[in-house]
Design a protein around this ligand. Structure first.
Ligand SMILES: NC(=O)c1ccc[n+]([C@@H]2O[C@H](COP(=O)([O-])OP(=O)(O)OC[C@H]3O[C@@H](n4cnc5c(N)ncnc54)[C@H](OP(=O)(O)O)[C@@H]3O)[C@@H](O)[C@H]2O)c1
Length: 267
């Protein structure tokens, strides 16, 4: 990959740029970041990123163009850069929620530009994203190049396009959902006697351990739970009380509510 342009260097765009540098995939001088309020990118200019408001020029200078704007801005931005996209040179990646590859392709003046839709999460800033991708008009080689990029920034899963909205809920919004669980665990720990720092450190490391157990052993979560729940013990008492209060049901209903919202997102 020679150069990457990120159009819409906001929360996610900057996280991706930072992750790419941290993972050593590119050097800052190979990355161009654009947004309309350039002053917000000034701190990044000092770290050798090219920052500009000129989307057209940024596209001309890169072969990989990543669109990271809000859904209601996305199609206008694609239309704006379409004249500068060249068949055989550019690969377009979109992280935009709820906009299909077909909708993106409809703004390209009939040009056959490979499009990869990617749904990462903000853990991409520390190369720990879960990124789901699907593609349109892209060769396997082009898709593999995008997979290599996102594999350097965490884990990547190729999914059918119909699952991209569900991927957004589970992986991108999922960061917020797990954060809320960690906050609640920390608050509980404080009530049980720990100060905030220790309670959070215990909650975070325990969550990491639970996730790694599933990743390493590949078992169903209930099998790992079974190893911790002694008959008449404290774990099963806590677990059952959480379920009486609707823990699993609240999480599933939250995911479904989020999915219903994404299906009605305004473009
Ligand atoms: N945040 C996440 O965890 C996450 C995860 C997965 C996917 N996504 C999706 O990724 C996209 C970006 O999310 P975000 O959270 O990073 O949003 P954000 O912080 O609002 O960033 C969007 C950026 O686009 C810039 N922008 C708007 N119009 C532009 C234009 N014409 N040319 C260049 N830049 C322009 C905005 O800056 P100016 O106003 O200064 O131009 C802003 O910095 C959204 O579609 C979101 O749904 C987000």
């Amino acid at each position: 990959m020679e150069r990457l342009t990120i159009i819409g260097a906001g929360n996610l765009g900057v996280s991706i740029a930072q992750g790419i540098i941290k993972a050593g995939l590119l050097k800052p001088d190979q990355v161009t970041l654009t947004r309309r309020s350039l002053d917000k990118l000034e701190p990044l200019r000092t770290s050798d990123f090219t920052v500009t408001t000129n989307n057209a020029e940024a596209v001309q200078q890169s072969s990989l163009v990543m669109i990271c704007v809000q859904p209601k801005q996305a199609l206008a931005v694609v239309k704006e850069i379409a004249p500068d996209l060249k068949e055989g040179k550019h690969v377009l990646i979109s992280t935009v929620t709820g906009i299909s590859t077909e909708e993106i392709a409809s703004q390209l003046d009939g040009k056959q530009i490979p499009i990869v839709r990617a749904m990462p999460n903000t853990a991409i800033a520390i190369a720990s994203s879960m990124t789901c991708i699907c593609s349109h008009q892209a060769t396997q080689q082009q898709v593999d190049a995008v997979i290599r990029l996102f594999n350097g920034l965490g884990k990547t899963l190729v999914v059918e396009e119909r699952l991209m909205r569900a991927s957004t809920v589970l992986a991108a919004s999922g960061i917020a959902f797990f954060m809320r669980f960690l906050r609640a665990s920390t608050q509980g720990g404080i009530q049980l006697g720990f100060d905030f720092e220790d309670a959070q450190a215990i909650a975070v490391q325990t969550a990491k351990g639970a996730a790694l157990l599933l990743q390493e052993h590949g078992l169903h979560p209930e099998m790992e739970i079974d190893r911790v729940t002694t008959p008449e013990g404290c774990t099963i008492a806590g677990l059952n009380e959480m379920e009486h209060q609707g823990l699993s049901s609240a999480i599933i209903k939250g995911l479904v509510a989020s999915f219903e919202k994404i299906n009605n997102i305004r473009k």
